[in-house]
Design a protein around this ligand. Structure first.
Ligand SMILES: [Zn+2]
Length: 263
């Protein structure tokens, strides 16, 4: 039995990036895989604009948890296979506490393979995503865990692993996305770029028209240079993180309530 853990910062991240590979591993490979989903936050602030403030916090977290359960049930993954890390949406920081939490979890679960968001060559610059990917890399690279799982990153700009799917596969993605009803404002936008980007990735894979793309990270010494962000990546990271769009602006009373509870 191969154990695979899919990490996601928010409840809907895996659908567009790993929907096909999860579906294949969970339903079509003769029960050879034990799959877990690790969700860092419950997406408690994932609605645009102040008009939705009254829903943010615990209420939205509860709805989005159910949305995640509904979507994963399409793969036959039950709620007891889904873990939450209890972080607040938008406030996932790369620090000792977060890294230790991830390391402890990995040491307990001992996965053979891990999927997580790309932190370096990313096409989706959101601090929750970047910091989750960084923590996963750090745990393995710095040997904070006593084994070496295979690590794949999704939403990467320089993929080296492709998973092909057929045209009918778009129905699966639509079904998965339609479970995340609270994300209506974002999903239609993402859907527009989904097909061209799957088509583009499919060109790299012989015999397939569409594909999901990943970067497998190699931890061999002579390969490590590829895991260091280039100067240009570092500068643009700095620039992006300073943009107001990427900074959490949350209703302060809701935020205070959540932070108090988490302590
Ligand atoms: Zn996300």
């Amino acid at each position: 039995m191969v154990k695979i853990i899919f990490f996601q910062p928010h409840p809907d991240d895996l659908e567009l990036k790993c929907g096909h590979i999860i579906h294949y591993l969970a339903t079509k490979s003769n029960n050879m895989h034990d799959i877990r989903i690790a969700s860092i936050t419950k997406g408690e602030f994932g609605l645009p604009g102040a008009q939705y403030d009254k829903f943010k916090g615990d209420f939205l977290a509860k709805i989005r948890t159910q949305e995640l359960y509904n979507a994963q049930s399409i793969h036959g993954i039950s709620p007891d296979k889904i873990d939450f890390f209890g972080y607040v949406d938008g406030l996932v920081n790369f620090n000792r506490e977060f890294v230790n939490k991830i390391a402890n979890y990995l040491n307990k679960e001992k996965p053979d393979i891990i999927f997580g968001p790309e932190p370096i060559y990313t096409s989706y610059y959101h601090m929750d995503h970047v910091n989750t990917g960084r923590a996963l890399f750090h745990c393995i690279y710095k040997k904070l865990i006593d084994f070496t799982p295979i690590l794949y990153f999704y939403s990467c700009l320089n993929p080296n692993f492709f998973f092909g799917f057929k045209k009918e596969g778009f129905e699966l993605i639509n079904k998965l996305l339609s479970c995340h009803k609270t994300q209506f404002w974002l999903i239609n936008l993402l859907k527009m770029i989904y097909k061209p980007s799957a088509r583009f990735a499919g060109r790299k894979l012989k015999g397939w028209k569409y594909a999901e793309k990943f970067r497998r990270v190699y931890f061999k010494e002579n390969n490590l240079i590829k895991n260091q962000p280039s100067l240009i990546t570092r500068i643009s990271s700095h620039f992006f993180s300073s943009l107001p769009f990427f900074q959490a602006k949350y209703p302060q009373d809701v935020l205070k309530g959540l932070k108090k509870k988490k302590k």
